[in-house]
Design a protein around this ligand. Structure first.
Ligand SMILES: *[C@@H]1O[C@H](CO)[C@@H](O)[C@H](O)[C@H]1NC(C)=O
Ligand SMILES: *[C@@H]1O[C@H](CO)[C@@H](O)[C@H](O)[C@H]1NC(C)=O
Ligand SMILES: *[C@@H]1O[C@H](CO)[C@@H](O)[C@H](O)[C@H]1NC(C)=O
Ligand SMILES: *[C@@H]1O[C@H](CO)[C@@H](O)[C@H](O)[C@H]1NC(C)=O
Ligand SMILES: [Cu+2]
Length: 253
């Protein structure tokens, strides 16, 4: 009997952990989904675990190089395909549908509500596969606060959408999506992925402000080191003071 109870508790705990995480791996372009990982830098499944896919784990350390493109992502560009996109295109970021956990019924969704943003960084020499993301990044969109108790990005959405600014200089870019679960100070979860895109269009814009990863965020920033009653749990108080997404302002082209 005791074993049974412990077993049940263990299963519950495991489910909560497994359920709550996700990883961005595909685009939605004009209603069509791209295959998981085709244009996204892979994340090592380390150590391999048949019960749980560790690629779903978020990044916690804002000072880590993994803030660029997830675990080992800055050097994971080899063999990743590049998606050609016109400036002005709207693009959705979606999370992997991990069939191993289908029974839990929440796969393919962005499980946590919270802030989200997207950044671009150009591969200066045009070689995206070897680009480590150590150059400049600019923000092209963000999802913030809707009202005192709601985020614009609600729980269990499928797609996080951004529009590539019309005057983005043509070229090859890392396209970085980032979504946050403001769980507790020091335990903020960052869901980050980088995709390879080539943008074409008239250009002419001067993107900015420019930031680097790591560096753009600090552990003690008020939008990262934030008490739960001002972020995720009642009374939330998202407007008092108003939550401001981390990083630079949005460049709209
Ligand atoms: C990821 O990077 C870490 C630290 O550099 C390294 O120890 C590890 O072997 C890498 N893992 C893979 C699968 O490349
Ligand atoms: C996820 O994959 C399973 C198995 O391939 C499929 O039945 C299901 O419809 C998919 N769900 C979504 C949201 O794509
Ligand atoms: C993103 O766009 C898709 C397709 O138009 C839509 O279904 C979805 O609700 C949008 N996501 C958000 C968070 O608004
Ligand atoms: C961050 O805040 C903690 C707690 O207030 C403090 O101990 C620490 O020195 C701060 N770190 C930095 C880098 O400011
Ligand atoms: Cu989670």
């Amino acid at each position: 009997m005791r074993g049974c109870v412990i077993g049940t508790l263990f299963l519950l705990a495991t489910e909560i952990t497994v359920n709550g995480h996700y990883v961005f791996s595909k685009f939605l372009i004009d209603g069509a989904e791209t295959p998981d990982w085709q244009y996204f830098r892979p994340i090592p499944e380390q150590p391999a675990n048949p019960e749980y896919d560790r690629r779903l784990d978020p990044i916690y350390d804002v000072d880590s190089v993994d803030m660029r493109c997830n675990r080992n992502g800055s050097t994971a560009g080899y063999g990743v395909a590049t998606l050609t996109l016109p400036a002005g295109q709207e693009v959705g970021f979606g999370v992997a549908n991990n069939s191993r956990f289908m029974s839990l019924g929440r796969n393919g969704r962005i499980f946590h509500q919270g802030p989200g943003q997207a950044y671009l960084s150009r591969a200066a020499d045009g070689d995206l596969e070897s680009y480590e993301g150590d150059g400049d990044w600019f923000k092209i969109g963000e999802y913030g606060v809707k009202d005192a108790t709601h985020w614009v990005l609600d729980q269990h959405e499928y797609w996080l959408n951004f529009t590539i600014p019309e005057t983005t200089p043509p070229g090859k870019y890392l396209f970085r999506v980032e979504q946050m679960f403001l769980r507790d100070p020091g335990l903020v979860q960052f869901y980050i992925s980088c995709a390879h895109v080539e943008i074409f269009g008239p250009g002419g814009g001067r993107p900015g402000p420019l930031v680097q990863f790591p560096g753009a965020y600090k552990k003690n920033d008020s939008n990262i080191n934030i008490p739960r009653e001002h972020s995720m749990l009642p009374p939330m108080n998202l407007l008092n003071p108003k939550y401001v997404n981390p990083g630079p302002g949005v460049w709209t082209g």
